[in-house]
Ligand binder design. Structure first.
Ligand SMILES: Nc1nc2c(ncn2[C@@H]2O[C@H](COP(=O)(O)OP(=O)(O)O)[C@@H](O)[C@H]2O)c(=O)[nH]1
Ligand SMILES: [Mg+2]
Length: 200
């Protein structure tokens, strides 16, 4: 129930997930859009995890999120968005079920150099019936694709939006969230479920 001045109610919390493969820009994205210093749990990649995590294409990356990224955006006195970055590495996938509990939608970040890394996230949200869009984080201008190419490569349903972004740019990353919310509102036009976000 929305917060009202002088009442005991809190604003409605809407939970969104930021998913995608390892090194695709999830931590950057949450940090760019969040109004609070994002809560992060990162570990320095150890030689042990170098064997486990596929580092091709992300050789310069020296930290990796092991628990999650968490950020907040206040939309109004009634609605607050909570962003949860999902851990990218396969060995942390057991957390996805828990993290997706109560989520109203998701952003799947994709890196065109390693598009296949977001297959798992796409499959996960499709199988759980969680609406998502694909935001292509353009790291490398040499790997430019058309939205249709990305849609084809990921075998996306035609209604799933594919957009381009730069996770480091606040306007761009916020635009991704606005697109997601528009998509969710269109998809749920007859359903009141968006009014019933997960409790804070
Ligand atoms: N060129 C470019 N680099 C980015 C972009 N987004 C993130 N990065 C960089 O890519 C690296 C991996 O990003 P990170 O957010 O840690 O990825 P995560 O593993 O998905 O959380 C970091 O060094 C970022 O600074 C982007 O849109 N363009
Ligand atoms: Mg991260």
């Amino acid at each position: 129930m929305p917060y009202k001045e002088g009442s005991e109610f809190f604003s409605t919390a809407l939970k969104l997930l930021i998913a995608g493969g390892f090194g695709v820009g999830k931590t950057t994205f949450v940090g760019t859009v969040s109004e609070i210093a994002p809560l992060r749990t990162e570990e320095i990649l150890t030689t042990a995890s170098i064997g486990t995590d596929d580092l091709s294409g992300v050789e310069r990356k020296s930290t990796t999120t092991v628990a999650m990224d968490f950020g907040r955006i206040t939309i109004s006195s009634e609605y607050v968005l909570y962003l949860f970055g999902t851990p990218g590495q396969e060995r942390f996938w057991f957390m996805w079920d828990e993290l997706s509990n109560g989520a109203i939608g998701a952003v799947v970040l994709a890196d065109t150099r390693r598009l296949e890394d977001c297959f798992a996230a796409v499959d996960f949200f499709e199988s759980r019936g969680i609406d998502f869009l694909v935001a292509v984080n353009e790291f490398d201008p040499d790997y430019r694709y058309e939205p249709g190419d990305v849609r084809g490569a990921l075998d996306l349903k035609p209604e799933i939006p594919v957009i381009f972004c730069d996770a480091r740019d606040r306007k761009s990353a916020t635009g991704v969230l606005i697109s997601l919310i528009k998509y969710l509102l269109e998809t749920h036009v007859d359903s009141p479920s968006l009014e019933n976000g997960a409790p804070a």
